[in-house]
Design a protein around this ligand. Structure first.
Ligand code: SF4
Ligand code: SF4
Length: 326
């Protein structure tokens, strides 16, 4: 019997999503037994021409992680789209833009300037920065274009399903693989994780009062965090109210607030805006005391990194997409 062909590919990412596949442990043998892997750059030596030689839609499913930052990434994912029946955006960076998406706070030139000229460890007296084409006498070397703006996978090619998380947990990956093999997939466009907020499954939910006001915002290193109480009660920003569940509350169980890597629940188009509105509605003084403008400013100033707090994983997928430059 012919096994379904499967591809794994990585774009702008840290490699953590590849680790998840390895974290399947002995289940990886079941996957390898059930499918024929035709591309997996981190582990196997396939070439672009191997993919080009396949027929259209011959790959049953491509799991693609990472955001789209370069011309080469765009080119390969377009090729994979053409050759694949299904494309799954694998992990937060492909799904929402992820941490590489915070590059949208800068331009390509400011990033190059910082990376190749300004960092304390840089030794570059000629101020050389990468060029797309370099004549080396015996020919021309080319590098893929580095885009000014980071994109999500679905801003580049049509995506069939999303596996959320930074990285997606192995049990969700296995569920998705089994659903694909059995042909038991939900409607196209679905996120393959429960459509509930973290707060609904959080072990600290019972300590979260109906009415809550945050009079002072803290950062995790500033206090001794109570391992039982809701983080919001302790003045720590937790994105649980604006984040999809399904990770097993990984960070919360490790006594760290949720940072939002699973993205929003269905119907929310801007996770950061949702989180911002939840937190803004909680800021206030104890009791009935009215806040002055000064109090409001003081509270807002306590949020050390607003974009990194509310859009840590989702800036390219947000309504703003990137910082507007002059
Ligand atoms: S805000 Fe965070 S800690 Fe509080 S209940 Fe929701 S997920 Fe749990
Ligand atoms: S608790 Fe939040 S940030 Fe941590 S893994 Fe789960 S969704 Fe991601």
């Amino acid at each position: 019997m012919t096994k379904p062909k499967v591809a794994f590919y990585w774009n702008a990412s840290c490699g953590g999503c590849e680790e998840t596949v390895v974290d399947l442990n002995e289940d990886i043998l079941k996957v390898a037994d059930a499918v024929d892997i035709v591309l997996w750059p981190v582990a196997l030596d396939f070439k672009r021409k191997d993919v080009e030689a396949l027929g259209d839609k011959e790959i049953a499913v491509s799991f693609i992680n990472g955001a789209i930052r370069t011309e080469e990434q765009e080119d390969i994912v377009k090729l994979l789209r053409q050759k694949s029946g299904l494309v799954v955006a694998f992990g937060a960076c492909a799904h929402l833009g992820g941490i590489p998406g915070l590059g949208n706070l800068w331009t390509r030139d400011t990033i190059f300037h910082r990376a190749y000229k300004e960092t304390p460890s840089t030794e570059n007296p000629q101020g050389t920065v990468p060029q797309e084409k370099t004549d080396i006498g015996i020919g021309e070397l080319t590098l893929p274009e580095f885009y000014d703006t980071v994109k999500t996978l679905d801003q580049t090619i049509p995506v069939d399903y999303y596996l959320p998380g930074c990285p997606p947990p192995p049990n969700l990956v296995m569920n998705a693989v089994n659903a694909i093999l059995k042909g038991q997939l939900p409607e196209k466009g679905a996120v393959l994780a429960p459509n509930k907020a973290q707060c609904d499954t959080c072990p600290r939910n019972e300590t979260k009062p109906e009415k809550l006001s945050i009079a002072e915002i803290k950062r995790p290193w500033q206090i001794k965090i109570d391992p039982e109480r809701c983080f919001l009660l302790q003045g720590l920003i937790c994105l649980g109210p604006a984040t999809r569940s399904g990770c097993g509350e990984t960070c919360i169980r490790a006594n760290m607030p949720c940072r939002g890597c699973f993205g929003p629940v269905d119907g929310v188009i801007d996770q950061g805006a949702r989180a911002l509105s939840v937190i803004a509605s909680l800021l206030g003084l104890e009791g009935e005391k009215k806040m002055t403008e000064e109090d409001v400013k003081k509270l807002i100033d306590q949020i050390a990194d607003p974009v990194g707090t509310f859009y840590r994983f989702s800036l390219p997928s947000s309504l703003l997409r990137r910082k507007r430059m002059e």
